[in-house]
Design a protein around this ligand. Structure first.
Ligand SMILES: C[S@@+](CC[C@H](N)C(=O)[O-])C[C@H]1O[C@@H](n2cnc3c(N)ncnc32)[C@H](O)[C@@H]1O
Length: 333
């Protein structure tokens, strides 16, 4: 997924290398927590290296994605047969996504082609029916849901996020959605996934390495990815305004007025030996404030790297620009 603040590229080297240089090469007896997990790529990077991953995000779509990529760790029998059955199911006509987010259904909003809207409704309804009738396990439920979210996102008719749709169907949105399985890594250990406010959950968990990647600007994830929550939850509501928005979480990490207090509270309550915070040079919290807060609780250090970031602007021109990504490090005393 092309996700705001995704650490996909930084997971190739910078993040694992820095964490290992501080905590040691062998992490096999460590509990690693990815508290603002998003796409789950950081937890996935550490899943086979550590004893346990604890993964969390306040957004439900992210929870679904992580229930699959992190919590699923053993083979699910015949999962490809279910993917095939979903791909070949007869399309339903008047589902929630088609009615509210496709031109054929409401004459206006065009987040998906008519065909893809119907296909999302068909697949989503069938997954729910199977689960309710106990025909599929919870592991398979999240595997199928995660597969749907990722494949729906690939054919969304947006510039990058769901804050707006494009007037005309772009080439990738015109392609027919084909469900492809979201394959997770197999391993022997059990992992835990939560869907809570980080500042609440932090009081109930403990471990060795805490990785923090909160939002760094005012863009609320719940608003920018509202359609992923709608597909993931699939409960009826009255969509609001031009983009069919739903009620959404307002993270205290997205406001200058609240972010520092929220961050300090989190660090204070964290029962982890090592804490790593990803933040960039355009973030709401200046580096000197982060240093001041973290230094109160132990030994502070900083690593940084230049980062070529992908940006899709409203004219659909994809650009790369350069930012500095920081990894603030705290070893608790
Ligand atoms: C920068 S993104 C994380 C990106 C992730 N590391 C990745 O590579 O995909 C920040 C995440 O924090 C989540 N978030 C925002 N406020 C939160 C809160 N109070 N508690 C838990 N998660 C929160 C957002 O939903 C979003 O997924």
């Amino acid at each position: 997924m092309n996700y705001i603040g995704s650490k996909l590229k930084l997971c190739q080297e910078f993040i694992p290398k820095t964490i290992k240089s501080v905590c040691g090469e062998d992490l096999s007896n460590k509990v690693f927590c990815d508290l603002f997990a998003g796409t789950g790529i950081v937890g996935r990077t550490f899943k086979t290296l550590v004893k346990k991953v604890i993964s969390n995000d306040i957004e439900y779509y992210s929870y679904v994605i992580n229930k699959n990529y992190i919590e699923n760790h053993t083979e699910i029998p015949q999962k490809n047969d279910y993917i095939n059955e979903l791909n070949n199911a007869k399309l339903i006509e008047n589902g929630f996504i088609y009615k509210n987010y496709c031109v054929g259904g409401n004459g206006e909003r065009q987040f998906f082609s008519d065909y893809n809207g119907k296909k999302i409704d068909t697949i989503r309804s069938k997954i729910e029916k199977w689960f309710k009738e106990k025909h599929i396990t919870s592991n398979l439920y999240y595997y199928l849901l995660c597969s749907l979210l990722e494949c729906a996102d690939k054919v969304a008719n947006t510039a990058s996020v769901y804050g707006a749709y494009l007037k005309h169907l772009k080439a990738s949105a015109n392609k027919e959605l084909v469900l492809v399985g979201a394959e997770y890594q197999l391993n022997d250990n059990n992992h835990e996934v939560y869907n809570e406010d980080a500042n609440v959950l932090i009081n109930r968990i403990e471990g060795d390495i805490l990785y923090l990647d909160p939002p760094y600007n005012a863009r609320q994830y719940g608003a920018n990815y509202h359609l992923l929550n709608t597909i993931a939850e699939y409960k009826k509501f009255v969509p609001k305004g031009k983009t069919g928005l739903r009620d959404y979480n307002k993270s205290l990490y997205c406001s200058t007025n609240t972010v520092v207090e929220e961050f300090e509270e989190l660090i204070k309550n964290a029962k982890f030996k090592y804490i790593f915070l990803s933040y960039n040079n355009e973030g709401l919290m200046p580096s000197n404030i982060i240093k001041k807060v973290m230094s109160k609780y132990g030994h502070y250090d900083l690593e940084k790297t230049k980062y070529q970031r992908f940006k899709a602007d409203s004219n659909r021109i994809n650009k790369f620009d350069s930012t500095t990504e920081y990894l603030h490090i705290l070893e608790r005393s």
